[in-house]
Design a protein around this ligand. Structure first.
Ligand code: ZN
Length: 122
């Protein structure tokens, strides 16, 4: 059995790799966890992520972009339509890009801590 440290699970998840072996891809589609790891054959669908990845993505993206939004608003005082047309698409794009990594992080954390879906066969 491999070492299941939280740091290892999170690192592998952030690299979008299978938390069990670190080799196979974690996802088969954008946010769809692969039923079977292509490298070790492990089933990573047993690890829940639920609503945690969107929360983490919003927290991360909010902290990254909010200083720039506040600075632009205070220094340039642009009209609201300009602020919205710049920051809304940028925020959405950052969230879409960040989401798989946050889901990988959560799946890796669940793997390391042994948290599985209640109906999962482990
Ligand atoms: Zn694997």
């Amino acid at each position: 059995m491999s070492d299941r440290s939280i740091g290892l699970g999170i690192r592998r998840g952030l690299r979008l790799k299978c938390p069990q072996c670190g080799e196979g891809r974690l996802f088969r589609k954008f946010l769809k966890v692969a039923d079977k790891c292509e490298a070790c054959g492990g089933d990573n669908t047993i690890y829940p992520s639920d609503d945690a990845p969107p929360y983490l993505a919003l927290i991360l993206v909010g902290h990254l972009l909010m200083p720039f939004i506040v600075i632009m608003s205070r220094e340039l005082d642009p009209p609201i339509w300009l602020m919205a047309s710049i920051w809304l698409p940028l925020t959405l794009a950052f969230c879409v890009v960040t989401l798989p990594y946050m889901k990988g992080l959560v799946v890796g954390f669940a793997w390391a801590t042994g948290v599985t879906h209640p109906d999962a066969d482990t």
